[in-house]
Design a protein around this ligand. Structure first.
Ligand code: CA
Length: 222
């Protein structure tokens, strides 16, 4: 089980890292919001998130996490204000712990969250022999598992949601990268090339098509 700890206070981070490590979990630590954002590309079974962070704060990070994943999130905060608790839960935190807390208490919450796993409504897409189980983060073609990064997964999920529709680079950039301007849509082309290399290139039936000057579309074509 992999846990990401996002915490800028070195003492707390070391304490969590050591304690969770000794309890058998693999732990990665991010010291600020930007470092955390980078690590979200990897897969974790649980994220422990401090609210007050340099760079992006815990609220912003939680919103980024929820755009792409249902991974359980345990919030840590120094304040027990009710509005903090409510805000965290509204944004999609799964549980909440007020500092200072005992390690035993934290461990109990961690175990409960990992047992509960990612619940919520099930979502499943299928086009030809391509299948995506959104909650289990699983993509297969011809029954073979395809490993995708979080961005590739988000991109494919967008295509599957909007099956048969031509999506422009700008639209894709805004949905997957939250870039709301005509910036470097080259990012989109590179990501689509990578996605195709995994999802289309090894298979005879191509599903992602380029519409020159317009964008891309995912559909089964005879
Ligand atoms: Ca902090």
């Amino acid at each position: 089980m992999r846990i990401l700890v996002v915490e800028d206070e070195r003492k707390t981070a070391d304490y969590l890292c050591k304690g969770l490590g000794e309890s058998g979990y693999r732990v990665e630590v991010a010291r600020d919001g930007f470092e955390a954002e980078h690590l979200f590309e990897e897969e974790f079974d649980l994220i422990i998130l401090d609210v007050m962070l340099p760079g992006l704060d815990g609220w912003q990070l939680l919103q980024l996490i929820r755009r792409r994943s249902q991974v359980p999130v345990l919030f840590l905060t120094a304040r027990d204000a009710v509005e903090y608790r409510v805000k965290g839960l509204e944004l999609g935190a799964d549980d909440y712990l007020v500092k200072p807390f005992s390690f035993i208490e934290l461990l109990a919450r961690v175990r409960t969250l990992l047992r509960r796993g990612p619940p919520r409504e099930s979502e499943h897409f299928r086009v030809a022999d391509l299948e995506m189980d959104v909650l289990r983060r699983r993509v297969t073609r011809q029954g073979e598992r395809i490993a995708l990064t979080n961005k590739e997964f988000a991109l494919l999920e967008l295509f599957l949601e909007r099956q048969g529709e031509v999506l422009s680079r700008t639209y894709i950039a805004s949905r997957v990268w939250q870039m709301n301007f005509d910036s470097d849509t080259n990012v989109v082309e590179v990501a689509i090339r990578r996605l195709r290399a995994k999802v289309d290139d090894p298979y005879p039936l191509k599903l992602i098509h380029t519409e020159r000057g317009m964008g891309y579309v995912l559909e089964e074509r005879a």
